[in-house]
Design a binder for this molecule. Structure first.
Ligand SMILES: [Zn+2]
Length: 218
């Protein structure tokens, strides 16, 4: 399948981190993407960072099209200006969306000391599980940055899905799932390119999957 990674939608209501504006799309771009994937069983949708647009803009448009998605909030930013709050998170779950962890405060998980590792990889998913009422089994390492150690840790803590950002095709039952980033400059041509010839993409992906599974078999 093809899995899209979406950041914020609409106009940000907080100061963005450096480079983060590239992960924001307009409402019009977002609706275009949703219209293109509606009815496609082999396209997955994920939302990173827990922006307030997840609930205010994305959720009603997903529900309207009978789509579901996985959301990856930053546990440490829940309730802060521009991010979803606990009620918003519950609203997502009640609408049939799933919640995974993007950690506490957007740190590179390859470079964590003991205290930060605990917060990013243990406290964050626990808080998200408590708030959503469901266990957290899916993870998105910030910056798409991971190594064998990160994968091993996540797997030992019960991860069944780890989403990255290499693009290309993802296996439906794989632990490591590459995603394609939806960026600020997304247009119809890009959408057609990514979603257009998926059968050819899946054939090509067979070879890549073999490499990925070697990496994951720790
Ligand atoms: Zn992020």
């Amino acid at each position: 399948m093809v899995i899209l990674a979406i950041g914020g939608v609409g106009r940000p209501v907080r100061a963005l981190d450096p480079g983060e504006n590239e992960t924001w799309v307009t409402v019009e771009q977002f609706e275009r993407v949703l219209d293109a994937v509606t009815g496609c069983e082999d396209v997955g949708l994920t939302f990173d960072d827990g922006n307030s647009s997840d609930v205010e803009i994305a959720l009603p448009r997903l529900v309207e099209r009978d789509l579901t998605a996985e959301f990856f909030p930053l546990a440490g930013r829940i309730g802060q200006r521009g991010f979803i709050d606990a009620d918003g998170l519950r609203e997502l779950v009640e609408a049939g969306m799933s919640i995974g962890s993007h950690g506490w405060e957007h740190r590179d998980w390859r470079r964590l000391d003991g205290r930060h590792a605990r917060r990013e990889l243990e406290v964050a998913p626990k808080l998200l599980a408590d708030l959503s009422g469901k266990p957290v089994r899916a993870y998105v390492p910030p910056f798409g940055a991971y190594d064998r150690r990160v994968l091993g840790r996540l797997r030992r803590s019960g991860a069944t899905r780890i989403y990255t950002t290499e693009g290309g095709a993802a296996s439906r039952d794989g632990l490591l799932r590459p995603r394609t980033k939806v960026r600020y400059d997304v247009d119809q041509q890009w959408i057609d390119g990514v979603l257009g010839d998926r059968d050819r993409l899946y054939r090509r992906a067979g070879r890549m999957m073999a490499r990925v599974s070697r990496l994951v078999r720790l």
